[in-house]
Design a protein around this ligand. Sequence first.
Ligand SMILES: Nc1nc2c(c(=O)[nH]1)N=C([C@H](O)[C@H](O)COP(=O)(O)OP(=O)(O)OP(=O)(O)O)CN2
Ligand code: ZN
Length: 123
Amino acid sequence: MFELSKQFYFEAAHTLERSIETESSRRIHGHTYHAEITVRGAPDPATGMILDLGLFTRALDSVRAELDHRFLDDVPGLGPATLENLCVYLWKNLAPSLPGLNRVSVWRQASGDKCTYFGPEEA
Ligand SMILES: Nc1nc2c(c(=O)[nH]1)N=C([C@H](O)[C@H](O)COP(=O)(O)OP(=O)(O)OP(=O)(O)O)CN2
Ligand SMILES: [Zn+2]
């Protein structure tokens, strides 16, 4: 079994309703977000690849464009712009084009905050 990962980053602004630091969180502020997407699988014997990195990059470029330099509060389907919801958003948008999607991580380097999502719970 192999894992293949790619990272990217995006810059975005948001507000957040919280029970602490209420006022500063409600103000529009921004972060540099980093993301890592991981697929698991076995390489195709003919190509030697789990997934062509060029196709991997195309899938990530398209979802990155929906988040980079955006006001995250306005991104349809995201909900409150937390690291958790960004992971779910990336998963939902990438799963159809990335077979073997295994996990999605989103973090903010500046603060050391990181979240990893392993996909929906199996019923
Ligand atoms: N479980 C989560 N909690 C919080 C999240 C989150 O995504 N998941 N996000 C935030 C806010 O985005 C907030 O801006 C970060 O707040 P805080 O940790 O208080 O730190 P700073 O605002 O000082 O962070 P900088 O990244 O240094 O600007 C809050 N909670
Ligand atoms: Zn924030």
